[in-house]
Design a protein around this ligand. Structure first.
Ligand code: F6P
Length: 361
């Protein structure tokens, strides 16, 4: 039996990738296995010598280090998501290429760390006979099959810190302060950070908004609460009822396009409608950078160890998953293909409403 495993990171980076790499290599080493990491995402698997042996020396400092020492890519030949939200089938030649490297490197298993796109590729590789296991990564937390993905908690911590800072300046100037956060077509970051950071209004893709409702909330705060400032958190994928997605630069507004700009649109419209001064802050890639939070570090350690367990047990085609009280695993096929979005009438949104938070509906 081979005693070597491979790791590949795909899609956008996020805090905790290095912590998972470290955990996989450590848990593998404990079993006497060697670990190699492919460089630059799946493309690295196709290139000769595009890998890094992850010996013990290389693992120092990785638990807390942001980004991925292996590099990653969210564009190119291995993109499973193109344009219409459908999953693209990989050409057989790419699957064969990965297979050939796995055989040549005598890998017992390949750990694919990524979100919906990367794990859709992992599933296709698995169907093509490659021994893969998955680890769920994305700040967006929009992957089915796991309660939380790693990276999400770190992004929420960053957005909450931003709200804390915006709170004091909004209050000092009696302004409307809009914070735009990431999340693509899911409102998890906006919802968790909005609640944790005391936002008065939270706009998420799952609940299309009306300006009338937001203006009523602003007026109510002034009249009943004597609060002359309002904090608004808006997810990049939020949109007005019957409105379009706001995209970065000149791009077609399809599901895979780069989002961004809704914060400025909301701030401008609210300024017009209320006569109050409004400012916008776009948090952007700050949410993806830096050290993982304590929670993410621990989650990454458990995920990495569980991924190695799966390989040892020969349970390929499975993704490690966080179930709230413990780490377990599910079929990759059950986690990909549809996004996990915020239930508009779920407990979290319901309790947020009970606190007086306005969703703009
Ligand atoms: O999926 C993670 C994410 O950060 C999204 O929240 C965001 O829309 C997108 O990636 C940004 O991607 P890029 O790295 O291409 O700017």
């Amino acid at each position: 039996m081979n005693d070597r495993i491979g790791i590949v990171t795909g899609g956008g980076d996020c805090p905790g990738l290095n912590a998972v790499i470290r955990a996989v290599a450590k848990a593998g080493a404990k079993r006497g296995w060697e670990t190699i990491g492919f460089l630059g995402g799946f493309e690295g698997i196709l290139e000769p010598e595009q890998f890094m042996p992850l010996d013990y020396q290389k693992l120092s400092g990785l638990l807390t280090r942001g980004g991925t020492i292996l590099g990653t890519a969210n564009r190119g030949r291995f993109s499973a998501k193109v344009g219409d939200g459908e999953t693209r089938r990989l050409p057989q030649s790419l699957i064969d290429g990965v297979h050939a490297t796995v055989d040549k490197q005598k890998l017992r298993g390949l750990v694919c760390i990524g979100g919906d796109g990367t794990l859709s590729i992992a599933q296709q590789l698995f169907e093509g006979g490659v021994p893969v296991v998955g680890v769920p990564k994305t700040i967006d937390n929009d992957l089915e099959g796991t309660l939380w993905t790693f990276g999400f908690d770190s992004a929420v911590a960053c957005a909450t810190d931003a709200l804390d800072r915006l709170h004091t300046t909004a209050e000092s100037h009696n302004r409307l302060m809009v914070l735009e956060v990431m999340g693509r077509h899911a409102g998890w970051i906006a919802l968790y950070a909005g609640v944790a950071g005391g936002a008065d209004v939270i706009l998420i893709p799952e609940i299309p908004f009306h300006y009338e409702s937001i203006c009523a909330k602003i007026a109510d705060r002034e009249q009943r609460e004597n609060k002359r400032f309002t904090l608004i958190t808006v997810a990049e994928g939020a949109r007005e009822q019957d409105g379009e997605l706001v995209t970065a630069a000149d791009q077609p507004a399809n599901r895979e396009t780069r989002l961004g700009g809704i914060g400025a649109v909301v701030a401008e419209e609210l300024e017009k409608r209320t006569g109050k001064e409004a400012r916008v802050c776009v948090l952007g890639h700050l949410q993806r950078g830096g050290c993982p939070t304590n929670f993410d570090r621990a989650l990454c350690c458990l995920f990495g160890a569980e991924a190695v367990e799966l390989i040892a047990a020969g349970r390929f085609g499975r993704m490690v998953s966080y179930q709230g009280t413990h780490v377990s695993n599910v079929k990759i096929a059950d986690a990909v293909g549809r996004l996990k979005t915020v239930p508009p009438d779920g407990d979290f949104a319901r309790n947020a409403r009970a606190l007086g938070i306005c969703f703009g509906d």
